[in-house]
Design a protein around this ligand. Sequence first.
Ligand code: COA
Length: 158
Amino acid sequence: MPSGKADSPITIRPARPGELAELSILCIRSKAVWGYSADFLAACRPKLALRAEDLATSHVAVARRRGHAMGVLQLTVQGDSATLGKLFVEPQALRTGIGRALFAEAVRAARDAGARTLVIDSDPAAAGFFRRMGATAAGEVACDCVPGHTLPQLLLAL
Ligand SMILES: CC(C)(COP(=O)(O)OP(=O)(O)OC[C@H]1O[C@@H](n2cnc3c(N)ncnc32)[C@H](O)[C@@H]1OP(=O)(O)O)[C@@H](O)C(=O)NCCC(=O)NCCS
């Protein structure tokens, strides 16, 4: 069982093809912390999956603590705009600094790729975290996996 113990160092590295199935399940477990119904989570499932082609078209990085995956991010850069497609932390490791470390990695990777703006279509319950990371609210966008559901959009100037 992975330990979310906060006093152990966090390491971040690119995800490997052989761990994408495990990381996809981590994303679902993480999304579930907000208490969504099974039907809602099932509708989100395709969007939460990480596939081998994602490693070629986006930056996918995993945060590890004590040898276990504790969170994952996915970032896509197009021109001067970067999109944070995923940022998910293992439920038992919430509020122990994993999200902040992964967000910093997303910002670093976006800047290195030449992006000037980071776009975040956030889960409503996570918007406070992104504001804490310096992003500012920029309205609402339609959720592309659950019809009729909207998400707060936040932006960070890089
Ligand atoms: C949002 C999420 C990534 C935050 O990760 P985390 O590892 O718990 O965050 P951290 O421990 O690094 O917290 C960093 C700071 O943000 C604050 N914070 C964390 N989650 C917060 C939230 N939901 N709302 C407001 N502030 C939050 C922390 O208190 C901490 O504040 P500090 O600067 O005073 O210390 C995590 O809650 C998560 O994975 N949630 C489920 C999946 C999800 O919704 N992901 C986002 C998809 S868009």
